[in-house]
Design a protein. Sequence first.
Length: 426
Amino acid sequence: MQIHVVQQGQSLFEIGQIYGVPYQQIILANELDSDQLVVGQALVIPIIGTYYWVRPGDSLYKIAQTHGLSFERLAQINGINPIAVLQVGQRLYIPEQPKTPIDSLLYVEPRNPVSPEMLAEVRRRVKQLTYLAMFSYEVQRDGSLKEPNIANMPTTAKNAGVINMIVLTNLENYGFSAELAHVIFTDQAAQNRMIQQAIAEAKKIGYGDIHFDFELLFPEDRELYNQLLRNARDQIHQAGLTLSTALAPKAGEVKTGIYGAHDYKVHGEITDFVVLMTYEWGYTYSAPQAVSPIGPVRKVVEYAISQIPREKIFLGQNLYGYDWSAPFGQEDSMPATALSPRMATNLAIKERVAIEYDAVAQAPHFTYYDAQGTEHEVWFEDARSIHAKFDLLKEFKLRGIMYWKLGLAFPQNWLLLEDRFRIRKR
């Protein structure tokens, strides 16, 4: 697969000619709503392998090394002399590389009733998944579980060889509750009821993993949460199931604040795997910025692998961005609006504004003004930003990638995921 960034004046027809691909295939691959483009828009070109255009200072050896080839092999593929001087702008073909085996995990948050569109999206994505996580079973204060409407999604996943996950949360009144979690941590009867009900539900529905997503906890409950997980592990493993947790993004041993109760080292010892929630630097009430900037994400991964075996770690990835409106980052600011990558791109096309790319954060963004003259700033994900996360995943040899959440259209992600990785079915 090739990533192409639209330049001034380019049309889909012209881009197709550059790569020898009918422009209709580009439309289908990227699920474009029309043939309109905007400068800075990233497109995935459906070809096998990629093309590379020689830049100043390049050598055949350097290019080959970057792409995991010998310079002799690269010369042979392109029918050139291995010792020939390359010309700036010269096009070289890079063959498809071996695919790295990884796990993939996707959260799904069903509504009541479950929409036909969501069911169709589950059917569409299961072939690219190892795990499907049903978000969420809300833990009540007596340890009972409030069940979501899951329709037939677990059956669809199981038939495709996907492991279903039951997600337990401390959600109460639409928010994560530290008080609720504390009750479960300290009431042994309620705690055991929660664990046993989760196991019973797993057996009934066909969940293979019990996943704890307890967030925004009291930092002083750190060891209590660890104790709960030890108790859960013993009962869950005895039932023949696996145990996993979601971890807030930390770049060091933080024991205070809303992330303090998440003990990376102990979770790594107790659980079968963990997912890093490496997103939400830019969030609903923040100033405009990248949702998952590559630098901070890298620091979280570096800390995580110092505490947890890397073969247990999933890198978290958002399938959304935000649209902030001025005034930005102030007490009276309006909350940002979440939008999918496809929605963000369509918005840039509608507003006729170029998409810029922040090379430091590795994230696309743009600014526009609405009909009332209010300034908006949008940060989202595209083929380039997800490619950077895939590079990070491969560099650190992590177990796989986790997505939050199904239903947010990002076709380029799924194209590149299939191009670069072989998804394991466990």
